[in-house]
Ligand binder design. Sequence first.
Ligand code: F6R
Length: 615
Amino acid sequence: MCGIVGYIGEQSTKDFIIDGLKKLEYRGYDSAGVFLFDSKGYLKKCKGKVADLEKKMDDDNLSSCTIGMGHTRWATHGIPNTKNSHPHVSNNGKIFIVHNGIIENYASIKQILIEKGYTFQSETDTEVLVNLIEEVKKSNPELKIGKATQIALNQVVGAFAIVVFDKDSPNELVVAKLGSPLAIGLKGKDFFVGSDPSPFIKETNRCLYLNDYELAILSRKKGLTLRDFRTNRVKDQKIEKLKLQIEQVEKGGFKHFMLKEIFEQPKCINDSLRGRIFSNPAKIKISSVEEYWEKFKKSNRLIFISCGTSWHASLLGEYYFEELARIPVEVEYASEFRYRNPIIYKDDIVIPVSQSGETADTIAALKLAKEMSAFIYGICNVVGSSIARETHTGIYTHAGPEIGVASTKAFTCQAVTMLIIATEIGYKLKKITKSKYSEIIDGVQNLSDNVKKILKKSNKVEEIAKKYSKSKNFLYLGRGYNFPVALEGALKLKEISYIHAEGYPAAEMKHGPIALIDKNMPVVVVATKKGNYKKIVSNVMEIKARGGKVISIVTEGDKEIKKISDDFIEIPECHELISPILANIPLQLLSYYIADFKGCSIDQPRNLAKSVTVE
Ligand code: F6R
């Protein structure tokens, strides 16, 4: 969590730093701060969002500052207040730092520094690191800031992406990374730094992603030098050309990123499928599956590891892979898996699933599985992310940048991707017939148009949302393929509207949750045709018999459930395996509109951050 930016070059940098922080606010928004340098240095920070910081800087003339760093925080050590905000400064007032990550051994280092006379203004681990750098320099005054930072980093344990500036070296910025992401944008004599490239994409598409253990010195005089901070070995600079467009990281006329991302889904689905699915003859082609076919062919078990929404997509993946490929699947919370001495057999395939590719628990679980010799196949959205780089192979979901903290299009693209992989493996293993294979391919090809049809009915969902926006609790029910969708619908509602919601397999209702049902309890029932339709009709009757309010998601043309529901939303008739993906779309809209009626901070819900880079 936390977003960091930096700049050194020939341009005035205030606007870049502020705009860049706004682009990274999805990573945290408890407090914000900047340090800008001309010949003196300007430090400003405050509790709250970047816009609050910007207001405080309004009257300050900063046009001569051509070096800078900024930070938007998701609090770990210390409450969100001005003192704990970054940038932090060392005791001698010369060294400044912004940091994303956690220094795990900060307490023992702090104690040593206190014994040497250092004082601390904040409760943060970051202030300990900046003073450790000062101490390294003090004990060897010959050292320049790059080397001092390098020595200090070899003494800390934890995760970090940092930007460091020292008034004694006013023509340099130092950046380094271990665990947390960091990207450098290059344009002539200008260097831009960001937790991801979104802050600098409008300036340059030339990007260097730092790898773990790399430290770069960005110098006005010597350009960029890159080293391994453990060995001091100079590293090759692998500069990539980014395909990201500035429009992808802006709201494009929508009130919120979340709404924009919901409406982008027809396009994202096509992006996920491009080059992977063909008609006449119907065919799926997934190069990573082809390349590693021997592994899939002999796999005895697939283990999905993921968190949050990605875990819900993984659960849907379980239903898909077991149905189509007949391979047993386990779905694990990454945070549990990593700490419970899991059993991994020789022919297991471990599948981390992640939008950001930076989720700390998923990375740790993946690394553990790798140490245990598992073959790792990643399903990831962010290109070049840590998870993408740690896996043996895998597939990108191509949902594009997801900025709203609540995941929407990423879930859809994860589900679509899993469905086509499971279908392809099932067909290759001869577990499904040619006609089933073709039917699914057909269904997937119509998916984008069917999502468009649902989005056209967003007004109806908005009306329903208004009616229920004052409810205090919701229950979400689904059976079979629709069970993961019920879980995801409930998560979406609680995270952006702060309304308590629970997802359950519909039949489990009578084992407890039914006690909650009364006239004040809206129950969202995902009740699409096929599968266990008749059974879900009975569940709806049970809710109605107890006075509950039913909002159902039904298939167009449905008669039975519509009749007994208080409100309903229709989705187009489609293949049974596709229907959970479609049914999820109105649930995204429902939670969005409820949160909007409540006036919630939809793109930046309280206490959350987009990528959870701490455990
Ligand atoms: C919910 C949400 C989170 C993430 C979870 C995993 O809307 O976004 O639950 O799904 O933090 O994140 P990734 O997929 O980036 O690993």
